[in-house]
Design a protein around this ligand. Structure first.
Ligand code: FES
Length: 66
């Protein structure tokens, strides 16, 4: 199974597929098929998104064509 990572507009990073999410000490979080990772630093449940980005994050990642 492949892994897909999408940066949501004004929101979290969505990871879906086969992945191993580890903490700063290399310990794995419980295995899931998908995760929403906070990128606004406001979540009370880091590294996961808890919705606090709503109205507090303004960033839309875009692929630039050369
Ligand atoms: S991105 Fe959703 S709480 Fe930070």
């Amino acid at each position: 199974m492949s892994t897909e990572i999408q940066i949501f507009d004004n929101g979290p990073i969505h990871v879906k597929g086969d992945f191993d999410l580890k903490d700063g000490q290399g310990k794995s979080f419980p295995k899931k098929e998908e995760a929403y990772l906070c990128r606004c630093n406001l979540s009370s449940n880091k590294p996961f998104c808890d919705g606090q980005h709503e109205g507090n994050l303004s960033h839309c990642a875009r692929v630039e064509n050369a």
